[in-house]
Write a protein that binds this ligand. Structure first.
Ligand SMILES: Cc1cc2nc3c(=O)[nH]c(=O)nc-3n(C[C@H](O)[C@H](O)[C@H](O)COP(=O)(O)OP(=O)(O)OC[C@H]3O[C@@H](n4cnc5c(N)ncnc54)[C@H](O)[C@@H]3O)c2cc1C
Length: 416
């Protein structure tokens, strides 16, 4: 009899479960954590719904939007986001024209000169791609420092694939460009209970199938083609046999269980939550710090995501830090103070959370290793890899949901 094992109860695992809820197929979801939701969950802190760094919902697929709206009431937000570069606040995504206007004439002249007279070099790393597309000055000001801070490796060691997927910069024509994954002017956010309302809604109809505190520790293919999974459940070993597996677990961990060693790495992040005695720190949903001498990457202010105010004289910021070599909460606060955003004496409380798998690192081995993984998993047609960790890609939740829909259709169409 069919029994589908869904590994991981984040957006990926819960989406598949949700889409199978009335299929008649037997399925169960397992997660090592005490809570479901993975990276997309929220928690309450001092009465504020807090997400794991800024999370917004955007899709250009009308069907996905319709399905999400049916799942959870979504409010439309007009995006407000900024980037702090060398003392200047500029719009996000970076706009080359605005940068030329805002910076000192000497820097602006260099930006224009290096952009117009850039030489094309072999594009075999991220820095080469940024130099080819935007020239030396824009690379030095923004792309190089921010990417190196994010991934913790030199820009020349980052795969150009990341740049091709994620470069956030526009020229003149982008000023008038409409909605796209990079240039969206509006996004959606749950009307209540933070971003986690989405995973709550996915979880609700399938909660009986979700087994928390079940860490997958081993997976073995049996002679009849099924898979025997071993879980650690609060110190006890449990075994289950599945006809098919959907895995949203980190690709290197999961592939290792099947005998494939993948030297791929994730960049962990620290999230520093600050309760501040002030109505608002800024009007932005999120803002970035591009420069290397700021250890913060990005800050979210949750009050700006919520139409309902939780307190008139308090606000919560969440600061994401991946460069943890000089990490301390005091350093995070001093970065914000240096940018004139707050005074240290306004901080009422602090809290730090660790994300062990925040960012898949696209190093130069990435493209080759993804081909290796694809060939390996082609030999396991009853295993479906889904999600940010399993596909080792900076996917957003709408992209994951689209893939979940495809997997659920395949599972419904071909029972064991
Ligand atoms: C800082 C940040 C900001 C983001 N902002 C946005 C945004 O604005 N919009 C957007 O759409 N997306 C955003 N994303 C991406 C989004 O959060 C993820 O794509 C999505 O939540 C990933 O879901 P997932 O189920 O693939 O992975 P996860 O949420 O990581 O879930 C994987 C689950 O597997 C479990 N697990 C791991 N190992 C085991 C094991 N051995 N046994 C059992 N369980 C295990 C984990 O506990 C986890 O719950 C952001 C991500 C980050 C890091």
């Amino acid at each position: 009899m069919e029994h589908i094992g869904i590994m991981g109860a984040g957006v990926a695992g819960l989406s598949v479960a949700h889409l199978l809820r009335d299929s008649g197929l037997r399925f169960d979801v397992y997660d090592q954590d005490e809570q479901y939701g993975g990276l997309a969950r929220s928690h309450l802190w001092h009465g504020f719904p807090c997400d794991l760094a800024p999370h917004r919902f955007f899709t250009s697929d009308p069907d996905v939007l319709r399905e999400f709206k049916a799942l959870v009431p979504l409010a439309v937000m007009r995006r407000k986001s900024r980037i702090f570069i060398q003392g200047h606040w500029i719009q996000d995504p970076v706009n080359a024209v605005e940068m030329m206007l805002k910076f000192k004439p000497t820097i602006s002249a260099q930006l224009v000169f290096h952009y117009l007279f850039r030489k094309q070099i072999k594009e075999d790393n991220f820095e080469a791609l940024a130099l080819n597309q935007f020239g030396k000055s824009l690379n030095r000001l923004f792309f190089k420092p921010y990417s190196e801070k994010l991934f913790g490796i030199p820009a020349t060691e980052i795969s150009p694939t990341w740049g091709r997927r994620k470069l956030r910069v526009g020229g003149l024509k982008d000023l008038i460009r409409r909605q796209s994954r990079l240039y969206f002017k509006e996004f959606y956010y749950p009307a209540q209970h933070g971003y986690g309302a989405i995973v709550d809604a996915l979880h609700k109809p399938v909660w009986k199938h979700v087994h928390l505190q079940h860490r997958l520790t081993a997976l073995q293919q049996l002679p009849d083609g099924r898979y025997e999974a071993t879980f650690d459940h609060q110190g006890h070993t449990k075994k289950e046999v599945f006809t098919k597996i959907v895995s949203s677990l980190p690709l290197p961990d999961f592939s290792r269980m099947l005998g494939l060693d993948m030297p791929l790495h994730f960049r962990p992040a620290k999230l520093v939550y600050l309760l501040i005695k002030r109505k608002l720190v800024s009007v932005n949903h999120w803002f970035y710090f591009a420069d290397r001498d700021y250890i913060i990457n990005r800050v979210a202010e949750f009050a700006n995501f919520n139409t309902k105010r939780f307190a008139d004289d308090q606000t919560v910021l969440c600061c994401e830090v991946t460069d943890t070599r000089e990490f301390s909460v005091e350093r995070v606060i001093s970065d914000l103070a240096r940018a004139d955003l707050l005074r240290p004496e306004e901080i009422l409380d602090t809290k730090v959370m660790d994300l062990s798998h925040a960012y898949p690192i696209y190093d130069r081995a990435y493209d080759h290793l993804m081909v290796v993984a694809e060939e390996f998993f082609a030999r396991h047609p009853k295993i479906f890899q889904l999600g940010r960790q399993a596909n080792f890609a900076h996917q957003d939740i709408d992209e994951i949901y689209l893939k979940a829909r495809d997997i659920a259709q395949r599972l419904r169409a071909a029972p064991a």
